[in-house]
Ligand binder design. Structure first.
Ligand code: GTP
Ligand code: MG
Length: 148
């Protein structure tokens, strides 16, 4: 089944939003397949956001991501990449709808609490980058209560 890479950024960890964010993905019905609290260095952050290296905000973005521990996760479920992005909200939290994570918990673009893969292909790349050792193999016993 489809998987996505979700990262709670340093501000989300510092603001004690970890439980809230994990709870939203759990309650939606997605399955947690990988989870770690970790700090990354700027070389790693640059790899993760390599597609944005030409952007004027790139250095600030890298500084932000290395500024404290992050929670890296793999979530699984039907359409989880696109649905995860909807749950997260738009890049600019001031434009994110209430009810989304960024809409409810953030104001600034450079402090927008959470990352989610933007496509199935980028999810695969990001999962391989963040979990090179692989992720858990398990199937939730709630599976047939969530998927028809
Ligand atoms: P991610 O899930 O983190 O990848 O965000 P996104 O997919 O909604 O946006 P994008 O990939 O375009 O940008 C990655 C991150 O860079 C954003 O989440 C912001 O934290 C930051 N960012 C994007 N655009 C801007 C900008 O114009 N100014 C600043 N300061 N930060 C930006
Ligand atoms: Mg992105």
């Amino acid at each position: 089944m489809e998987q996505t890479f979700i990262m709670i950024k340093p501000d989300g960890v510092q603001r004690n939003l970890v439980g809230e964010i994990i709870g939203r993905f759990e309650k939606k019905g997605f399955t947690l397949k990988g989870l770690k609290l970790t700090s990354v260095d700027s070389a790693f952050a640059k790899k993760h956001y390599a597609d944005l290296s030409a952007q004027p905000f790139f250095n600030k973005l890298v500084e932000y991501i290395v500024s404290g521990p992050v929670v890296a996760m793999v979530w699984e479920g039907r359409n989880v990449v696109a649905t995860g992005r909807k749950m997260i909200g738009t890049t600019n939290p001031s434009e994110s709808a209430p009810g989304t994570i960024r809409g409810d918990y953030a104001i600034d673009m450079g402090r927008n609490v959470i990352h989610g893969s933007d496509a199935v292909e980028s999810a695969k790349k990001e999962i391989a980058l963040w979990f090179p050792q692989g992720i858990a193999e398990w199937k939730s016993s709630a599976h047939h209560w969530i998927f028809e």
